[in-house]
Design a binder for this molecule. Structure first.
Ligand code: GLU
Ligand code: ZN
Length: 472
């Protein structure tokens, strides 16, 4: 197309709005976005909504929302427009019809009048004979008289693409290397159904060409569509992009990621409080190896992305790794962002000083918003209840221990150093014998954020009550 320079890299994400955006698609979108970004090219969003029965505007809106939340943006798309508008396939049907007509006129495709029953019988017969169940070619060479006769009988026709015999379609997949598909294994295939709708891979290929897409990076489940798409584009005199097919994402058991591995929709991770940076950094390393260390921002991800490092083996989704990235992402957030994120998670009014002290205390221990709620409960909630073993540890510390601790807490405004000094003085205890009963009495837990800042965040009355409880 005239609007692009010959060397510009143009990639796209082409989802069908028939469900929630899941991790596999999010990764595909991310990779294509990074590929365009690192080359200073264009990334476009195309909506493949030709399946009117399953596509909804709600899914589309959610999809756009999820992609933007992830940090992706596109230079062309249904919401931002662009030179190849429209970007929703449901609005491009006239265009597909036009290209199908061209295939018909040049003889690259022909009307096929076979009924579903006839095709099924032929398929079974071929299978029974141990041959690949390709289209038998019944309508391939009908004369115009034979065609007129079938039309006159009112037979509905599909449009079938004529595939040459005895040759092969070869292409270099930039993930899987050289590919070769024998045309005899492909067989003549349908590009337009009897209801006039176009086959998915037809629209997909035509649009890539018309939109100037130079690189198609997509899931390995589309690898077998590629030879047919290359044939279609060649017949139409349209340029074919370079194709690369990334392996699918699997769960920790090696099976394709699915519901039974838990959350798979991006929105579910979003709702649980995962940060875009955590997801991007984990997805970046699924099926793509990188020596880049640490949490990378979008620019760094774009610089580090390398299509030569896309693996042929499936990428393994690992919740623990995602959590590790999440921890880093929470740690890396600017204070103001952390505050906003934490406020949203807590939905609890806190006075500014307590809020600042609380965030400072718990931040190193927070991976997800649920952790914030847990620690808020510990600090601001009711008096903790201890299990028997912990209760015994605290009781064993004795009344003088907690008398001294409570008095020091009050006098020092919850200063841990003052409290421990007073307790040491009163009881001679030090180390774990001092800290464990203190932490248990104050928090109900034997682990958690550093006690000094946590105590600074705790309301004075609550701290005193929790200590005095054991001074009886
Ligand atoms: N709409 C297709 C899908 O969601 C796009 C495939 C492709 O990227 O070419 O699987
Ligand atoms: Zn036929």
């Amino acid at each position: 197309m005239s609007f692009m320079s010959a060397s510009e890299v143009v990639t796209r994400f082409a989802p069908s709005p028939t469900g929630a955006l899941h991790l596999g698609n999010a990764r595909t979108a991310l990779f294509n976005f990074l590929l365009a970004r690192q080359a200073g090219g264009r990334f476009l969003l195309r909506i493949e909504d030709t399946d009117a029965g399953r596509s909804t505007d709600a899914y589309l809106a959610a999809l756009v929302d999820d992609l933007r939340w992830l940090g992706l943006d596109w230079q062309e798309g249904p919401d931002v427009g662009g030179p190849a508008s429209p970007y929703r396939q449901s609005e491009r049907t006239a265009l597909y019809a036009d290209f199908q007509e061209r295939l018909l006129v040049t003889g690259a495709a022909y009307p096929c009048y076979c009924t579903a029953t006839e095709l099924e019988l032929s398929r079974k017969a071929l299978l029974a004979a141990g041959r690949p169940p390709r289209y038998a070619g019944t309508c391939r060479d009908l004369t115009s008289a034979q065609r007129r006769d079938r039309e006159a009988r009112g037979l509905a026709a599909t449009l079938r693409f004529r595939v040459g015999h005895g040759t092969a379609v070869a292409f270099d997949d930039f993930v899987h290397g050289p590919q070769r598909f024998a045309t005899d294994d492909i067989g003549d295939f349908i590009v337009r159904r009897t209801d006039g709708s176009a086959a998915f891979f037809f629209c997909n290929a035509v649009d890539d060409a018309l939109m100037g897409v130079t690189r198609v990076l997509r899931g390995a489940d589309h690898l077998t569509n590629t030879p047919r798409q290359i044939l279609i584009l060649a017949a139409l005199g349209l340029p074919a992009p370079e194709y690369g097919h990334v392996s699918l994402i699997v769960g920790d058991d090696g099976a394709p990621l699915s519901k039974r591995h838990g959350a798979t929709a991006l929105a579910e991770f979003r709702a649980a409080g995962y940060l875009p940076a955590a997801l991007c950094n984990h997805l970046f390393r699924l099926g793509h190896s990188s020596s880049a260390q640490g949490l990378l921002d979008m620019d760094a991800l774009a610089r580090a992305f390398d299509i030569r490092h896309l693996g042929r083996a499936p990428g393994r989704f690992d919740r623990r790794q995602l959590d590790a990235w999440q921890k880093e992402a929470v740690h890396a957030m600017p204070d103001a962002d952390f505050g906003a994120w934490a406020d949203a998670a807590l939905a609890m009014p806190l006075d500014p000083a307590a809020r600042a002290a609380f965030f400072a205390a718990v931040r190193p221990n927070v991976t997800l918003p649920a952790d914030l709620r847990t620690w808020a409960q510990v600090v601001f909630g009711g008096t903790p209840q201890l299990g028997d073993a912990d209760e015994a540890v605290v009781r064993d510390a004795g009344k003088p221990f907690f008398d001294a601790a409570a008095a020091a807490a009050l006098a020092s405004d919850n200063d841990l150093a003052a409290i421990t000094a007073a307790v040491r003085e009163a009881t001679g205890r030090k180390g774990p014998a001092l800290f464990k009963p203190l932490r248990l009495a104050l928090t109900g837990l034997d682990h958690g954020p550093e006690l000094a800042p946590l105590l600074r965040a705790m309301p004075r009355a609550a701290a005193r009550d929790r200590l005095l409880r054991y001074a009886r």
